[in-house]
Write a protein that binds this ligand. Structure first.
Ligand code: ADP
Ligand code: MG
Length: 378
């Protein structure tokens, strides 16, 4: 890739940056709304990346720019605290704050950011920015930071500085991702196992379909799902739904709470089953039915899908997909489809036709290739 962020830095400052760092967006293969239930998720890092070119600032102020934003943000990295910076720069300033809070030295920086991770599509452009800034700060300070610690720093920036109550999956995928591997994460203790996912060897592609659906009610509904899950765990007397079985769930009296819990418990089982199948190095086609079952569970039990994603999933299957599901928190965003390499054009065409027939904005379809997590580019 061309390193546009480095070129922009050099053009602006008349000198090359001290270094160039990156962190990727991610797609979750399976394991939706399991993270805040102490459960399992199985994301992978995308080839789409946030890239940061940076150098120590000569003055007492940090200046950060993004190729995707017109404004320049200024703040004092050595003393910035939550509330000082808002908007897009909060993701950058928040990472400076959280990095400092973790006990690492943070000096003032000149920083250029450039990202090709689609924003707000559920591919975690925000974690890509935080983790790219995090590895840049570590590089500038000359310190080694364990990837899981870096992910926790980045998550803290998002939770406590930006103020978004998200789990830790996005940042863990952004730092631990590897080419040809899935990041199997146990969110109870943050343990990670890299699981082989060699699609080309088996003549398969994983298509990512950005439905461009308008996001509706996502924030409020997310909170409502979390409360239903907490209520279910409390009623069952378990610390989290991770500790419940499907038989336990059937004892729940309230229909809605029972269906919510059934999604989480069955979704955890599906993640474990996908991992079992892929660990045995079987053909990845074997996971198709589990992707389908995950979608049905999100649609009927967890009720987080919308017409755009249901139509994309159905059309992908009609076009020859081996399995398809919505990925991400729901109420819009992306669908993934496991597709024989020979059928990628037919699946894309089927989804595009289904959207055109309804007069919807055309979806954006691209192959999701498991790629490397955060690191230094130059
Ligand atoms: P996503 O699902 O993409 O992570 P979020 O709402 O969590 O959606 O994060 C998107 C926000 O992250 C943007 O509104 C912006 O504030 C910030 N962001 C992401 N990428 C960039 C970028 N390239 N430049 C500046 N800010 C960015
Ligand atoms: Mg995000």
């Amino acid at each position: 890739m061309t390193v546009a962020a480095a070129d922009a830095f050099t053009a602006r400052h008349g000198a090359a940056p001290s270094g160039v760092w990156f962190a990727p967006g991610r797609v979750n293969l399976i394991g939706e709304h399991t993270d805040y239930n102490d459960g399992f998720v199985l994301p992978f890092a995308l080839p789409h990346r946030a890239v940061v070119a940076a150098a120590p600032a000569s003055g007492p102020v940090s200046r950060v720019r993004s190729a995707q934003e017109p404004s320049v943000a200024e703040f004092t990295a050595a003393s910035v605290v939550p509330g000082d910076v808002d908007g897009w720069a909060a993701y950058v300033a928040g990472t400076c704050w959280a990095f400092r809070e973790a006990g690492y030295p943070v000096g003032e920086v000149e920083l250029e950011l450039d990202s090709d991770v689609p924003v707000g599509a559920g591919l975690s452009s925000s974690a890509a920015v935080e983790c790219a800034v995090g590895v840049a700060l570590a590089g500038l300070a000359g310190v080694e930071v364990d990837p899981t610690e870096l992910a926790r720093i980045a998550r803290r920036a998002e939770n406590e500085f930006v103020g978004a109550p998200t789990g830790g999956m996005d940042q863990m995928a952004a730092v631990h991702g590897r080419a040809g591997r899935l990041v199997f994460l146990d969110t109870r203790d943050d343990t990670v196992e890299l699981v082989p996912f060699d699609l080309p060897a088996h003549g398969c592609t994983l298509l990512v379909i950005d439905t461009r659906a308008p996001h509706a009610h996502a924030g409020g509904e997310y909170g409502a799902r979390r409360r239903d899950c907490e209520e279910a765990a409390a009623a069952l007397g378990v610390p989290a739904l991770r500790d419940a079985s499907l038989a336990d769930v059937e004892r729940l009296a309230d229909d809605r709470v029972r269906r919510r819990a059934r999604h989480v418990v069955s979704e955890n089982e599906r993640v474990l089953e996908v991992v079992r199948r892929l660990r045995d190095a079987v053909d990845p086609r074997a996971i198709g039915p589990l992707l389908d079952a995950s979608h049905t569970s999100m649609r009927d039990d967890f009720e987080i899908t919308v017409p755009h994603v249901d139509v994309a999933v159905a059309a992908a299957r009609d076009g020859g997909a081996l399995g398809a599901r919505m990925t991400g928190g729901g109420f819009g965003g992306c669908v993934i489809a496991l597709v024989p390499a020979t059928a990628t054009a037919a699946v894309s065409a089927s989804v595009e036709r289904a959207f055109a027939d309804r007069g919807w904005t055309a979806p954006v379809v691209f192959p999701g290739t498991p790629s490397d997590g955060a690191g230094r580019l130059a």
